[in-house]
Design a binder for this molecule. Structure first.
Ligand code: PEP
Ligand code: MG
Length: 916
């Protein structure tokens, strides 16, 4: 990592650098230093270097955050001194001094990690004000109202964030002054009133914290810095990192920057925006602003801001400059920018720029537009789309016919597209509790705050009464790909009463509500949804010509296909799944679980007869009945794969999975006996119970399953190979290409595989003779038990291909039961013993090492060995990077994950080398 090389390349006598200055056209850092400066710090440095109007400041690096935690909430004196030196430098650049009664310097203190975590950590504005400096500010600006408004904001923020006094305590005082003076809006309060607010706030702070409000700005700065570091470990930030897989150890930087003021009057303002619409991807300047306000007013959703185009009328010069700068930034970064600005007395300042979070839909539109505009190459465009976000494009929408039938109750701002329908809940905790009971909920809030993140995560959608397109709910909703509507102003929410009113309609907790995150319409009803446009095209119900988004999606994935090295196959058991997978771009089947076909209509009784047979002849009779059924299934699957390789696995699960439960049978037998019904039915039940008891296993997952079934009942392998090969012959005779790969599961001994391979080869010879044709086929194995990995060199003497079964391999490497691990894995994650669920994302260190060993040893014996993976990890982005690195031939994923896998494989090819 860059910080390690940096440390090494420095002479050891020189002290390490922890603080990075930016100002007056020059910065110590740049855009590549996100690890150290965080996204915000790196962006400020880069903008400063580019000569943009950025207020000066400095960034305390993320390393200091880690030191703060290591030293048990203390910052070493040397770092304190380095910070103080930078304060002096900042005072010089700003031409103002902290605490001065003539020209006081005010600063903002903001968090900023490598990855943006909107609203999760803390910020303090107007720091540096005290009873003297506020008079200095008044003198300098000739604006007493502004000076005291800034001071009261500072006390409130500092009081809340640093002294941990609840916001309500301040709100209460503020409302009291407003009421006493008959003021409706905050802006109605004059200097005198605000002086009173400040007095009351200081008293509140003292009463609640037990000490006077700190007056020394240097002390304030230290306290604020530490509070920002503390906020790295607050519950919502931890939860956010867990959801987005952001490691805890990277820490946050702290940015200290000269304040500029959007609240000096009507020639000032503040806003946020995007260079393109982050919900739809449309090429439009997008954002909002507030006149006479500070930044937090926009994001918090307290006042509903104005759309940014209106800025053109109010302050045309600043607007023009803002457009120029942001267009330049988009070209410079080759990505959509999310920016913050402040206009102080008509002078524009840039406070932040970063890559803009967007919906999956917008990501695809933007990436394809960027290529059309020649802003990026297809290779760069691929990297602009997060593979996971493609899932959002597959999410359902409402049936337009159904949707039209229901009257619209209200309309809000369409913050994040998608159809949401569910039962109303009014708190994030309820959303979680109801979801755990299997209900689908829509989270309805006045406004959402960062603490709601857990509820937003589980809800079908998020609907708020206040806030703008860049309020917290909108930003987080978009990022999660959750349908979201904000600022549905007709919605009056009575959270305590657990109800809401829209016009004369009352919506109670548990009532159904639906909304369309693209149009902003809200309806009080449950509305059935319909498949996404892309799914409609893929399944053939909509023409690709009619769907702009499908064509873009397809273009992007076709680009991805050019760069990826990994093949993409699907886990599909039935012809219709194979068809969908092929349409999504899978080229081959990596796993067809034949036993799933046993559950088809009318088949279970035959399967049960096969299992219940206590002699080979009876078992063969049942198998003869199954043969044509399986053959037809295989024929269908082969056909849907249009000549691509199809890996079919012989039976894998323990046989009792196909029989009724032992307890149920015991009840049935007891019932028949007590009712005196002593005939054939009772005898049959008893026989079944007897066989179920015979088949009972203490550890079925480690028991009579996989290759062990084929070894003890060779006739099953015979029937399945015959069905596969007869189907293949039929296709070949019809002039179609077919590549069958017969896969034996759960092999740990080469002799197991040899035994089964002999059967397959014998059956193949018979079938080819009978059919008068020969089909090229392969026999291989799953590598899913540790012994298989360890002896992969031996196994490869028989196997023509390997497919890693990482579900079982994870189970057996960890010794965690696949079926029971849910009970304790969450605790492991909470206790930081595991970062992620190893069944969802490959454990590269342990299970991954097993895979790497299998690859190396297998290829030693057979250099051209085909290597695949068909466990659930085949559709997981991080795992795909790993599989690319260890040099597998292909990944196999469920049909709906195919687009994600195609893009993730391209990302892997463009960012990691095989063998790295
Ligand atoms: C596996 O174990 O990874 C696998 C794909 O097989 P199954 O999930 O059917 O055990
Ligand atoms: Mg398995």
């Amino acid at each position: 990592m860059s910080k390690k090389t940096k440390a090494k390349s420095k002479p050891s006598s020189k002290a390490r650098k922890y603080v990075y200055f930016f100002g007056a056209g020059k910065a110590d850092g740049n855009r590549t230093m996100k690890d150290l400066l965080g996204g915000k710090g790196a962006g400020l440095a880069e903008m400063t270097n580019a000569g943009l109007p950025v207020p000066p400041g400095f960034t305390i690096s993320t390393e200091v955050c880690n030191i703060y935690y290591k030293e048990k909430a203390k910052i070493p004196a040397a770092i304190d001194r380095e910070i103080e030196e930078h304060v002096k430098k900042l005072e010089k650049a700003a031409g103002a001094t902290l605490g001065s009664t003539e020209n006081p310097l005010l600063v903002s203190v903001r968090s900023g990690a490598k990855f943006s975590m909107p609203g999760m950590m803390d910020t303090i504005l107007n720091l540096g004000l005290n009873d003297d400096a506020v008079e200095g500010l008044k003198r300098r600006t000739q604006n007493g109202r502004f000076a005291f408004d800034s001071y009261r904001r500072f006390i409130q923020m500092f009081g809340n964030v640093v002294l941990e006094i609840p916001k309500d305590a301040f709100e209460h005082e503020f409302e009291a002054v407003k009421k006493a003076r008959g003021a409706k809006l905050d802006t109605d309060l004059d200097e005198q009133a605000l002086r009173e607010v400040v007095d009351r706030y200081k008293k509140t702070a003292k009463a609640k914290s037990g000490r006077d409000f700190p007056q020394d700005p240097h002390q304030q700065l230290k306290m604020a810095r530490d509070a920002v570091f503390r906020s790295w470990m607050n519950a919502r930030a931890i939860e956010y990192r867990r959801i987005y897989d952001i490691p805890d150890h990277i820490g946050t930087a702290v940015n200290v920057q000269m304040m500029v003021f959007g609240n000096t009057g009507d020639r000032s303002g503040t806003g946020v925006g995007f260079t393109r619409n982050p919900a739809t991807g449309a090429k439009e300047f997008y954002g909002e602003f507030l006149i006479n306000a500070q930044g937090e007013d926009v994001v918090a959703g307290i006042r509903t801001p104005q759309p940014i185009r209106e800025l053109e009328q109010v302050m045309p010069k600043a607007y023009k400059q803002l457009r120029e700068i942001t267009t330049r930034l988009e070209r410079h970064y080759k990505d959509v920018q999310d920016f913050e600005f402040t206009i102080q007395d008509e002078k524009l300042f840039m406070l932040q720029t970063r890559s803009g979070k967007r919906t999956g839909y917008a990501a695809v539109v933007i990436a394809t537009d960027f290529v059309a505009e020649k802003l990026v190459t297809p290779k760069e465009a691929i990297l602009l789309v997060d593979p996971e976000s493609l899932n959002q494009l597959l999410a359902p929408g409402f049936d337009p016919g159904e949707w039209k039938k229901i009257p619209t109750a209200t309309t809000g701002l369409p913050a994040s597209p998608g159809a949401a329908s569910g039962q109303v809940v009014f708190t994030a905790d309820e959303a979680v509790a109801w979801t755990q009971q299997g209900k689908q909920v829509v989270l309805v809030r006045r406004e959402t705050v960062p603490d709601d993140i857990h509820g937003m995560f589980v809800a079908q959608g998020i609907l708020t009464a206040t806030g703008g397109m860049t309020s917290h709910a909108a930003v987080v909703g978009r990022q999660m790909g959750k349908p979201s509507i904000v600022g549905a102003a007709r919605l009056e929410i009575d959270e305590a009463g657990r109800k809401a009113r829209v016009g004369d309609q009352v919506v109670k907790e548990g009532d159904y509500i639906s909304f369309d995150g693209l149009s902003g319409e809200v309806k009080i009803a449950q509305v059935a949804s319909k498949p996404s446009e892309i799914l409609q095209v893929v399944s053939g119900t909509l023409s690709a010509k009619k769907s702009d988004i499908y064509r873009r999606f397809d273009t992007l994935l076709t680009w991805a296909d050019k760069f990826r090295r990994l093949g993409i196959r699907a886990n599909a058991d039935l012809p219709d799944q194979a068809k969908l997978a092929y349409a999504f771009g899978a080229r081959g089947i990596g796993l067809c679980r034949t036993e799933h076909m046993f559950f088809g209509e009318g088949r279970i009784p035959i399967v049960q007869r096969m299992i219940l047979a206590d002699n080979e002849a009876d078992r063969r009779k049942a198998l003869d009945e199954l043969l044509p059924l399986q053959r037809d299934d295989f024929y269908g699957v082969f056909k849907e794969m249009h000549g691509e390789a199809v890996t079919i696995r012989t039976i894998d699960p323990p046989l009792h999975e196909f029989l009724p439960k032992r307890e149920d049978l015991m009840v049935d037998v007891a019932r028949l006996e007590t009712a005196g019904k002593l005939g054939k039915a009772l005898d049959e039940k008893k026989a079944l119970l007897h066989r179920v008891e015979q088949l009972h296993e203490f550890n079925p997952m480690l028991g009579h399953r996989g290759v062990r079934l084929g070894i003890t009942y060779p006739e099953i392998t015979e029937m399945q190979s015959r069905a596969i090969l007869e189907a293949a012959c039929r296709l070949q005779k019809e002039g179609r290409k077919v590549i069958p790969e017969i896969m034996i599961p759960l092999v740990g001994l080469v002799k197991e595989l040899r035994d089964q391979k002999t059967i397959v080869d014998r059956v193949a010879a018979d079938v080819f003779k009978e059919q008068g044709v020969k089909v090229k086929y392969l026999v291989g194995t799953m590598i899913e038990i540790p012994r298989g990995c360890i002896t992969a060199d031996e196994i490869a003497t028989e196997a023509q291909f390997f497919s890693f079964g990482t579900n079982d391999l994870t189970q057996l490497t960890y010794g965690f039961s696949r079926d029971d691990a849910g009970k304790f894995l969450k605790v492991y994650q909470d206790k930081k013993m595991l970062d992620r669920d190893p069944f969802a994302s490959i454990d590269t260190v342990g299970v991954g090492a097993m895979v790497a060993m299998g690859v190396e040893r297998g290829r030693k014996t057979r250099p051209d060995l085909k290597l695949g993976i068909c466990g659930e990890h085949g559709g997981d982005t991080a795992s795909i990077h790993f599989f690319h690195k260890v040099g597998l031939t292909y990944v196999s994923a469920s049909p709906y994950r195919i687009p994600v896998a195609r893009l993730a494989a391209a990302h892997a090819a463009l960012s990691v080398k095989v063998g790295d």
